[in-house]
Unconditional design. Structure first.
Lengths: 98, 132
């Protein structure tokens, strides 16, 4: 389930990044690459596990859904920290100067 | 068990490479490459973001499943000698496959950007966003 949720987040973020491109003031490129990196890795993980161990390709249960939400929150958190540190609108810099 | 450690190792190496390339580019005055109007450090930053992003989210998944703990030896498989060999086997199969896949996808993205830039008239070429 977390693979589906991360892939969905990657697709949505990439679409938003593309709408705003070539401008990337809010670092949506970073967020989409974070999601795509995880999506690719989990996809490989799922394919190899399915081929070698069998079973269901997607794990669909409440625990897997909660994990999917948690990884999305972590990615958003990392992106927000990078965004606040880089402060593209200069809001934090202005607040600190006061 | 610990497959994300392989892409993490690659991410450490490529981050160092990116820093070295960045310093070299600064020394030569930020010279851009001929075709896409992009520096190599920018292209490497895409790979780093893919690798670090994937590593961070996979690390959370491993913590969730109890395969990584915040106390030594950090990997639960290391606590039992019988689990060490399967862990290394999993790292060799899953981890290497993940690292190769991400790197191949990145190489394809770079190739597509290069080919598109070659096909466009020089005046229209602009540095793409999202990488910096």
């Amino acid at each position: 389930m977390w693979l589906i949720m991360t892939a969905l987040a990657a697709v949505i973020t990439t679409a938003i990044w593309y709408v705003k491109a070539p401008e990337d003031k809010y670092k949506l490129g970073l967020l989409s690459l974070i999601f795509w990196g995880a999506t690719l890795m989990w996809f490989v993980d799922h394919v190899i596990a399915y081929l070698t161990e069998g079973g269901e390709f997607f794990e669909i249960n409440p625990d897997a859904t909660l994990l999917g939400l948690s990884v999305i929150i972590l990615a958003l958190l990392v992106w927000e920290i990078v965004l606040l540190v880089s402060d593209p609108k200069g809001i934090l810099k202005r607040a600190l100067k006061r | 068990m610990a497959c994300f450690l392989i892409p993490m190792g690659e991410a450490i190496v490529t981050t160092v490479v990116q820093k070295v390339v960045e310093n070299r580019e600064k020394k030569v005055g930020g010279k851009r490459t001929d075709n896409a109007g992009l520096k190599w450090s920018q292209r490497l930053s895409w790979l780093n973001k893919l690798l670090w992003g994937g590593t961070a989210l996979l690390a959370l998944e491993h913590v969730w499943h109890g395969e990584v703990v915040p106390w030594p030896p950090f990997l639960t498989a290391m606590g039992n000698p019988a689990d060490v060999a399967p862990m290394l086997h999993e790292m060799a199969i899953f981890g290497v496959a993940m690292a190769i896949t991400v790197t191949v996808v990145w190489a394809i993205i770079v190739m597509v950007v290069e080919l598109r830039a070659k096909a466009m008239p020089e005046a229209k070429v602009k540095p793409t966003s999202g990488g910096e």
